[in-house]
Design a protein around this ligand. Structure first.
Ligand SMILES: NC(=O)C1=CN([C@@H]2O[C@H](COP(=O)(O)OP(=O)(O)OC[C@H]3O[C@@H](n4cnc5c(N)ncnc54)[C@H](O)[C@@H]3O)[C@@H](O)[C@H]2O)C=CC1
Ligand SMILES: CC(=O)C(C)=O
Length: 257
């Protein structure tokens, strides 16, 4: 039987890279999407070297036509389309008094619009192909509880949980599931940058900045990108077929519900 096909946005580094590698290991043909080909190509080469199947495609997720084109390229390459992971995101530090319209436009066009374009493109393709699929969106622990200094980012991640719930209801009768994953404090370029800025704004160290986020992790360690990829592998695979509209928190126990 042919591999199932998964497209992962923001796959050039961090959590997206880990998700792409894990899904390839699980037998998916993986389409890697980000804006720059050099990093995508490196990740694709590594997946292939380890016996997996990967195809890099450049697209800016804030541009609807580029997201639709990436999904079409996935089908042109592999003949099917089963899973989209709307992972790409940006997280500038924005204390409330500093927030500008440019900050809002920047974050919302990538985090929120980008997720909606990904959902639309995947759904259109599932309909064309005549079968359901799985839609998986990146939110954050900061999309479950408000985080200081992250007004714009945190609110965009709350929006993604809302979108996930609404679309899960809309697509349920077709058999398509829509879920989100909420990482905690993950060792990626994004998180190191936030820790640096928060530390700098307070006249303190990067480590101090990191601890303002990490102090309440019950499991007492920062997250590896692979911790998140493990959860996304579950949401992408058959063991989650009876789960939709949910946010799976992968945060080492930062908050309990
Ligand atoms: N690192 C962390 O602690 C956490 C991260 N997250 C979320 O996980 C997701 C991945 O985050 P990280 O890997 O940490 O971030 P990262 O900054 O290390 O990687 C993000 C990737 O997305 C890509 N990207 C950004 N804008 C794009 C655009 N317009 N079009 C296409 N690709 C674009 C970047 O080029 C990069 O490859 C994000 O949605 C983030 O909000 C959520 C909770 C915690
Ligand atoms: C970057 C992020 O999502 C945090 C701090 O939860």
């Amino acid at each position: 039987m042919a591999n199932k096909v998964a497209l992962v946005t923001g796959a050039g580094q961090g959590i997206g890279e880990a998700i792409a590698k894990r899904l390839a290991k699980d037998g998916f043909s993986v389409v890697l999407v980000a804006r720059h080909m050099d990093k995508l190509q490196e990740v694709a080469d590594e997946i292939k070297k380890n016996g997996g199947e990967a195809f890099p495609v450049t697209a800016d997720v804030s541009k609807r036509e580029e997201v639709f084109a990436a999904v079409q390229k996935a089908v042109d390459q592999y003949g099917d389309f089963n899973v989209i992971v709307n992972n790409a995101g940006v997280a500038p530090t924005t204390p409330i008094d500093t927030v500008t319209k440019d900050d809002l436009d920047y974050v919302y066009t990538i985090n929120v619009y980008g997720t909606i374009w990904g959902i639309q493109a995947a759904h259109e393709m599932f309909k064309k192909l005549g079968h359901p699929g799985k839609i998986i969106n990146a939110t954050s622990q900061a999309g479950v509880v408000g985080n200081p200094n992250l007004t714009v980012y945190s609110s965009s991640k709350f929006a993604i949980r809302g979108i996930t719930q609404v679309v899960a209801r809309e697509l349920a009768e077709e058999g398509t599931t829509v879920n989100a994953f909420a990482p905690g404090i993950v060792k990626t370029p994004m998180m190191y940058d936030i820790a640096h800025k928060v530390g700098q704004n307070a006249g303190k160290s990067d480590e101090w900045g990191m601890q303002t986020f990490a102090k309440d992790i019950a499991l007492k360690r920062l997250s590896e990108p692979e911790d998140v990829a493990n959860a996304v592998a579950f949401l992408a695979g058959p063991d989650s077929d009876y789960i939709t509209g949910q946010t799976l928190e992968v945060d080492g126990g930062m908050q309990f519900h």
